[in-house]
Write a new protein. Sequence first.
Length: 403
Amino acid sequence: MRHTKISTVICAIVYTLLNIGCTKTEYETEMKPYTDVLSVYLSDQYLGKDQLRGVISKDSITVYWNPELQTPTQITPIIEIAEGATISPASGTPISFDGKTVYTVTAENGQTKEYVFHVKKTQEVPVFTAVVGTLDYLNILEGSSWSVTPLTQERSGVYLNLLGEYFLAGGNVSDIKVYAQRVHDGFEFDLPLDTATVTNTNLRVELPKFSNQQDTGMHKIWIKVGDLVSDSKNFFMRSPNFASGGTVTSVLKQHNQEVYPGQTLTFDYNYTDRYDGALTRYYKPEHLHIVLLGLRAVERIDTTVNPRTGVETYRTIYKNKTFQIQDFTATDSKVDFVLPAEAEEFVGGHIMSVQFLYNFINQHGIWTHLSGDMAVQYGQTTVMYSQRGTTSYTTIGSAKNRN
């Protein structure tokens, strides 16, 4: 009797598992409603091309044909449609070159959509409307500008999206060329096209890798399809921030000494980069705008007493100030500036940090700068000196006690 119960339980479990394994979900049995045409090309060889592509727009399919070339009597479209759908006439069926052919796509659930196929005996001039990019690299401070990022270009590339129309009017991706010209000297270079993502309205191109040949400033971009060229769009490349591939070594000659207001401080420094000087060329002495000098001193010490234990605790309150020093002397290896008289209020304190703030060329071709926290955020400063986390300080003495 006991064996019979066990057998019954085992059979019930097996039956349940078989039913679970064989039962389809509601999603799997639902009839698909898709009537999309995904891609179209002509299977015949035209103009020496294996695939002359059609342009899909809403309920129309257009193949652009160069009117100077001889026309065939028939063409054979190869049409890719949505999963589960059917199309009539079938893909691969020859149709007349002239006139219009209506294709009906029927979804798995019975819904239908008609597409009108026709050949247009002209090649539309590509219309170029906008340059956009990945938000991480777009410089929101100046609108349609780009900040060069050497390390990102090395690791994953930096891309632009070009928006417009008629990019596939030539019928083949190989007809498309994108190139740029640097305005200040006329230097032209190609922008490699991501051929796998091309559509009739969007092109994805890669910026050249950072080098001495590449320069910042205003550029113009054109799209060429066959022999037809679009109007140009302006594109501005800002100078790269120093942290994106540069290294600075610097020594404050008065480090770990007492310095006084009115005394000249000297920084010996050296900039290097991994791009044969392509990065450091933007951080020349003549581009130095301001020296940012950060000072710190004890303002007061607050004392609190625990009412239960009577134990005193102490909290040090600091005062901090950043001075913007515009009067300095700079060479390729040294910067001299005077500790301002206002540093007298920080006697007993110390130098916390020194940063160099550099100018850069804006999209109007003018050397300019950012200020305050924005300059730090967008990489227009280099950290020359920092005493955070150290125990040896360059302290501030009173000018009255200076020998």
